[in-house]
Design a protein around this ligand. Structure first.
Ligand SMILES: Cc1cc2nc3c(=O)[nH]c(=O)nc-3n(C[C@H](O)[C@H](O)[C@H](O)COP(=O)(O)OP(=O)(O)OC[C@H]3O[C@@H](n4cnc5c(N)ncnc54)[C@H](O)[C@@H]3O)c2cc1C
Length: 472
């Protein structure tokens, strides 16, 4: 062990090999569900050092856990409790390498925090459309490794759709340089996509080239609607009326709004009444938010339908931010109320109302005292159907006792509707067995074959994502 640490210190410098209590914030996941131990946290400075760290670890049989902002929801960035693995933190690879406004691309090191990448693009009047509640902490490398979704997938796609090129350190220490800005390149397999959503199990992403979009005006509205079906109908109408200008369409149930009100009283929802709410954002090349334009007329027309009970339009950036803070405050509110049993399901858009209704009925029937929090990227068919412990109950005990049963019921329902049990948060360690249970056996075989070929010693993020093969 000591020799491994000395060899690693020889690569990154002793100051960047953290041990003991200095590792504390790197060995617990965002939700506090997974508590690991690390031989050390290694903080390389560039791709060359990452590659050298990997070679040292492979030579000594040391498991490596890549870590970005450590905001992941599935424990993928947490080392196991053995104390034999190293966390490879990408936080020092934090340079924006290039922004090409004319080509609408930017190249960044993997440890650049998402909000910093957005700001760098904005300085060139360009938009990096990936956005999510964790954007002040999560990193581009983590976003790509989880194929993050977030708040603007409806228009711009998931992280996968925003990547043009990658630089990756493979599990044998070689550097795969696919850091291209080309938009067209049909020279064989699209290898970069292998590492997007791989959660650090096939290599360590060290840099990425991303697609940018024009920075344009936005209009943001909050509406209360009759039910979830009315929300879906509103989205369909608005897309048609606005020539597909909708970038975000977020559902917020009165349950979730209630949790925000209680845990974060400084945030005031714009509409006091209503069981079902949506937060809508449209892009608008024509106008600043307050001016009338084709998009504002489309919004007004779409909001003037029977299914919409009430609506407000943000009049300026301050009001817009206030609306988003409420939506983005939901995870923090749940955490403040003891945490939730999270479900990140997706179903076909047309099935969203039925899923919400049936899932609510399942929980009400079996766990009548449990509190719900239903919200999410409904425009992508992605529902966060979270369950909080009953008011007076011990949240941890409830999660330990009932969590598995609740999750099985809600995942079974999504599976029966041909949906996914993990729309955007990935697999990590939390859902590895769930993937083994619901995953297509052929797809699982291909995943295992790729993992074994690229990482035959199983040292790259051991125990994450890839389900163990069933014994025959
Ligand atoms: C308040 C809040 C809101 C959120 N909202 C959303 C949302 O809307 N949509 C969404 O998709 N997610 C959301 N998340 C989850 C999380 O922020 C995303 O999964 C994010 O992409 C993780 O990035 P990270 O840098 O924190 O990665 P980490 O948590 O550090 O790591 C996640 C996984 O990626 C691997 N990894 C990290 N960096 C690298 C790298 N450079 N190379 C290889 N592997 C790497 C890790 O090993 C791990 O398996 C939210 C989380 C919070 C706390």
């Amino acid at each position: 062990m000591q020799q491994s640490l000395e060899a690693l210190a020889g690569v990154v410098g002793a100051a960047h090999v953290l041990t003991g209590s200095d590792t504390a914030r790197y060995v617990v996941d965002e939700r506090g569900l997974f508590h690991g131990r690390a031989l050390a946290v290694i903080r390389p400075a560039d791709a060359r050092e990452v590659a050298e760290v990997v070679r040292v670890c492979v030579a000594r049989g040391v498991g490596m856990v890549p870590q970005g902002g450590n905001t992941g929801y599935c424990g993928g960035a947490t080392p196991d409790p053995s104390g034999t693995q190293v966390v490879v933190s990408l936080e020092r690879l934090n340079a924006v390498l290039a922004v090409d406004a004319n080509a609408y691309t930017m190249t960044v090191q993997a440890g650049v925090v998402l909000a910093q990448a957005q700001a760098a693009a904005a300085q060139h009047a360009r938009l990096l459309p990936l956005s999510m509640g964790s954007q002040e902490s999560c990193q581009i490398g983590g976003n790509l490794s989880t194929n993050a979704g977030g708040l603007a997938v409806l228009k711009y796609g998931t992280a996968r759709e925003l990547v043009l090129g990658l630089e990756v350190v493979l599990p044998d220490g070689r550097i795969l340089d696919r850091l291209t800005t080309l938009r067209k390149d049909n020279t064989g397999y699209d290898l970069k996509q292998l590492f997007v959503g791989a959660e650090g199990t096939l290599g360590i992403i060290t840099a990425a080239t991303l697609k940018l979009h024009p920075a344009v005006g936005r209009h943001t509205a909050w509406a209360s609607v009759r039910d979830v079906a009315a929300a879906c109908a509103l989205l369909a109408d608005l897309r048609a009326l606005s020539a597909d200008a909708v970038t975000s369409f977020e559902y917020i149930s009165a349950h979730s709004l209630g949790h925000v009100r209680r845990a974060l009283p400084a945030l005031t929802p714009p509409l006091a009444a209503g069981e079902h709410h949506v937060l809508i954002e449209c892009l608008d090349p024509e106008a600043e938010p307050r001016e009338e334009s084709a998009v504002t007329r489309a919004l007004a027309q779409a909001l003037d339908t029977a299914g919409v009970e009430d609506a407000v339009l943000a009049q300026n950036e301050t009001q817009r931010r206030a609306l988003w803070r409420i939506r983005e405050g939901i995870p923090a509110a749940e955490k403040a109320l003891g945490g939730s049993i999270k479900h990140d399901v997706s179903v076909a858009l047309g099935d969203v109302p039925a899923y919400v209704e049936r899932a609510s009925a399942v929980v009400r029937a079996r766990w009548p005292e449990a509190r719900l929090s239903i919200y999410g990227h409904i425009g992508d068919g992605n529902v966060h159907f979270n369950v909080l412990a009953p008011e007076a109950a011990d949240a941890d005990a409830f999660r330990r006792g009932e969590g598995a049963g609740i999750s099985t019921a809600l995942h079974d329902l999504a599976h029966a509707m041909r949906g996914s049990f993990s729309a955007e948060h990935g697999i990590g360690v939390l859902k590895r067995d769930t993937l083994g249970h619901y995953g297509d056996p052929v797809a699982l075989d291909v995943m295992r074959a790729l993992k074994e070929r690229l990482d035959p010693r199983g040292l790259m993020n051991p125990g994450k994502l890839v389900p163990v093969a069933a014994a025959v």
